[in-house]
Ligand binder design. Sequence first.
Ligand code: AMP
Length: 213
Amino acid sequence: MRLILLGPPGAGKGTQAKMLDEKFRRPQVSTGNILRKSIQNGTEIGNRAKIFMDAGKLVPDDVVIGLIKERIVEEDCRAGFILDGFPRTIVQAERLTETLDEMDLSIDAVVDIEVEGEELVGRLTGRSTCIDCGAMFHEMSRPPLKASVCDSCEGELCQREDDKEDTIKKRLEVYEQETAPLKEYYRKQGNLKTVQGSGSVEDIFSRVCAVVS
Ligand code: AMP
């Protein structure tokens, strides 16, 4: 199973990718999480990426393509993976197609999670993320059992620098300009599946599972 989760920031890609990872035992591969780990570890890539991420902009294609190429050849990705937040531009999508072609592999489904713009801002502003495992919580819809502590791994929860209101606006603009055109790209390839991203996390998960299994 090789999946791509598409959708605007706040659509719930990370949450759904984690649930798919647990159900199907295929790793969630999130470029956002990989980049945040690099920042935490003070690597050169992390330091370079942080400037773009804090401004709500996309990290340059060559950086994220390099990260993905290294990640998808790892042992745990052999039977498949769930891409969350990659690709985000047409160039990234084309390079992914080429890389998979060279490996004689292909994407089984691209799941586009649709949510209205106004709802996204509310979802992102109340959100906190686990520094260690990337699990997401929300002060209204999914509060952690213990304040600032991750329910899954007991890591520390933080509000992401880019989940502040001005940066959110920029991220949504960037999504419309750079990432939304991917829907047409994958529709033409015949593997785009659209699901409604409203309702409970479990309802959305049922819709996602229905289109991927
Ligand atoms: P995410 O956790 O997927 O919302 O990503 C957080 C931020 O990381 C984005 O706003 C971008 O700055 C950067 N990022 C993550 N994935 C990509 C990607 N595929 N291409 C470019 N930038 C990315």
